[in-house]
Design a protein around this ligand. Sequence first.
Ligand code: SAM
Length: 231
Amino acid sequence: MIFTFVTLFQNLIEGYFQDSILKRAIDRDLIRLSYLNPRDYSQNKHNKVDDTAVGGGAGMVMNPQPLYDVLDDLKKSDEKVHIVFLTPVAKPFKQNDAKRLAKKSHIAFVSGRYEGIDERVIENYADEVFSIGDYILTGGELASLVMCDAISRNINGVLGNSDSLSIESFETPLLEAPSFSKPKVYEEISVPSEYLKGNHSKIRSLKLALSECKTKFFRPDQLIKHKTQSH
Ligand code: SAM
């Protein structure tokens, strides 16, 4: 899988891939990264990429010209590239999207800055548009990293143990049951005693009950989904 980041701030992104699972995925050629900076395509003599909003409004908006040119170039270099824009005014990114997008061969994330991107660019080039949540970030770089990380975990071979994918939260509507590490007792607090007795069917039932409790507390919307699906 190739991930292309279309961003004014490549250095904000690079560090994330310098360690751990995604670094190993790069070393094993399971993912490749590339970067395109709209500023390098600006025809403005000062390499400007933004201007005031037509019709008024606070702040600057990213101009169409550099982004049209960068995305035309990208599409010429790979007609299969799947272009994703990050914006708070879009459908929320979900685990199912991460699994679906992991099957693409090349995804480009386009990060906005300032007050966002001229809407004509999005209309013209977006294959998909995603928000990562109901809050406003200063730019799309973090959002594109969030998506890239979640997608990468679903690419064959990226995780050492692919079993861990199938038991995680959001694979079913229920959130994952609480996990515990060793020691069994720490600062006088023990892990649930059933976890220690080795009866796997009892442990499974307890984990299901704890999953339901957790889901009821943190995500009642997901619990309703679970109940509807299991009837
Ligand atoms: N004026 C825009 C609005 O009110 O919808 C917000 C622009 S934001 C300051 C600048 C850029 O950050 C956006 O163009 C987008 O790329 C990114 N961004 C901010 N919040 C985001 C979110 N929740 N999800 C995805 N991208 C986001």
